[in-house]
Design a protein. Structure first.
Length: 344
C-alpha cells in the first residue's frame, strides 16, 4: 500500500514546550513548520535544536516525520531510530508514537519484516488500531494472509470510522486482492451517516464498490452540505463513467480550494489521458507538482509515467519510472509498469 494511504490517527504533533517565552526555541519553530507543512524549514530548525540539545528526542522525531513527508525515507529512518533509542520506558507513549512512524518508513523502504517487528514493539507498549493496521499491511505484503486478516480484524473491531474500513480495503486493492477487501467496505455501509463527512466517506465506499450512482448521491449530499473535497471524488466517479466533461468541471471547481489544487490538477491530467491529450496531461501534472503538495506527489508522478507511455515516449517513461521506483519501491503497480516498459 502506498504511503499516502497510511493514516496514523493516534499520532499527533507533540505539544510545544516552553509556552510563554518571548522568543520561541528552535524546537518550537520546527514544530510550527511541521504543522504548517514547511518540511525543509522544519528540518533545519530541528537540526539546530538537536545541536543545542534542546528537546533532542522530540526534535529527532519531528525531523523524522518531516523527512517521511518529503519521501526521504533513509533520512527519516535514521532520525526516528535515534529518537526511539532516546525514548526511555518513562516515555512509553512517545516511544509507541515514534515506533509507529518508524514502521511506516520501513514499509515505504520495502522492509516489510522490519516494519512488522517494529509494530510488535509498538503493540507491546499498547494495543492500538494503528499498530494492528500497520502490522497487517506488512503481513499482507509478506503473503501472510491469515496474520494480515487477524490484524485487520482487530484494527476495524467495533470501529465507527469509515476511514478504517476504507484504508484496509485499499491495502487489499494495492495487492490485487480487491475481493478480499470488499467485505470491509460492506461493513462500512452498515453504519449510518451523521454528517457531511460521513456522506463523503460513504460516497468513497460506493466509488470503490463501483456503485457509481450511489456514490454520486452521497458525494453530492456531502458537497452541498459544505464538504468541498467531495468534488474530487465526484470527478473520479464521472471519469470512471467516461464523462470527462463533468469530471473536469468538478476538478476545476476544486481549484478554488488551495488544499485541493494538486488533487484537482491530477484529476484533470487523468481526464486528459482518457481524452488522448497527453501534452495537456503533462502540463497539468507539472502544475500539480508545482503546488508542492507532498501527499499528492506520488500519484502525480505515477500519472506522469502513464502520460509518457501513452504518448509512446518510452525513453522518458523509462527515465521517470526508474526515479519513481527509487522513491517508492513498494508500489506494485509501478513494478508491473516497469516490466512492461522494459519490453518497449
Amino acid at each position: 500500500m502506498k504511503g499516502k494511504f497510511i493514516v496514523l490517527t493516534g499520532c499527533i504533533l507533540c505539544l510545544m514546550a516552553g509556552c510563554g517565552k518571548e522568543t520561541p526555541s528552535y524546537y518550537e519553530l520546527g514544530a510550527e513548520d511541521l504543522e504548517g507543512k514547511n518540511y525543509q524549514s522544519a528540518i533545519e530548525n530541528f537540526e539546530l535544536a538537536i545541536a543545542e540539545d534542546d528537546f533532542e528526542m522530540e526534535a529527532l522525531r519531528g525531523e523524522g516525520i518531516a523527512y517521511l513527508k518529503m519521501g526521504k525515507y533513509q533520512e527519516a529512518q535514521q532520525a526516528l531510530e535515534k529518537a526511539r533509542d532516546l525514548a526511555v520506558d518513562s516515555k512509553k507513549a512517545m516511544r509507541a508514537d515514534i515506533l509507529a512512524y518508524l514502521a511506516v518508513v520501513q514499509y515505504q523502504r520495502g522492509d516489510f519484516e522490519g516494519s512488522a517487528a517494529t509494530c510488535d514493539q509498538m503493540l507491546d507498549i499498547k494495543n492500538s488500531k494503528e499498530g494492528y493496521f500497520l502490522r497487517g499491511t506488512a503481513w499482507l505484503h509478506l503473503d501472510q494472509y491469515d496474520k494480515a486478516a487477524s490484524d485487520f480484524g482487530k484494527a476495524a473491531a467495533d470501529s465507527k470510522e469509515y476511514n478504517d474500513y476504507l484504508e484496509i480495503y485499499r491495502v487489499y486493492e494495492e495487492c490485487d486482492m480487491k475481493a478480499d477487501g470488499e467485505s470491509y467496505l460492506e461493513m462500512a455501509l452498515d453504519m449510518e451517516a451523521d454528517d457531511e463527512k460521513d456522506h463523503y466517506d460513504r460516497g468513497r465506499v460506493y466509488y470503490y464498490l463501483e456503485e457509481y450512482d450511489e456514490a454520486k448521491k452521497e458525494l453530492t449530499t456531502a458537497y452541498n452540505d459544505g464538504y468541498k473535497e467531495a468534488s474530487i471524488y465526484l470527478g473520479k466517479v464521472y471519469a470512471e463513467q467516461g464523462d470527462t466533461a463533468n469530471a473536469r468541471a468538478n476538478y476545476k471547481e476544486s481549484l478554488s480550494e488551495q488544499s485541493l489544487q494538486a488533487k484537482a490538477y491530477n484529476g484533470m491530467a487523468y481526464c486528459d489521458i482518457l481524452d488522448g491529450d497527453y501534452d495537456s496531461a503533462l502540463s497539468n501534472i507539472q502544475k500539480g507538482l508545482d503546488t508542492g503538495d507532498q501527499e499528492e506527489k506520488q500519484a502525480l508522478l505515477f500519472n506522469e509515467i502513464v502520460a509518457y507511455e501513452k504518448k509512446m515516449d518510452y525513453a522518458s517513461a523509462k527515465e521517470k519510472i526508474t526515479a519513481y521506483l527509487e522513491a517508492y519501491p513498494t508500489d506494485e503497480r509501478a513494478v508491473k509498469e516497469n516490466y512492461f516498459l522494459e519490453t518497449r
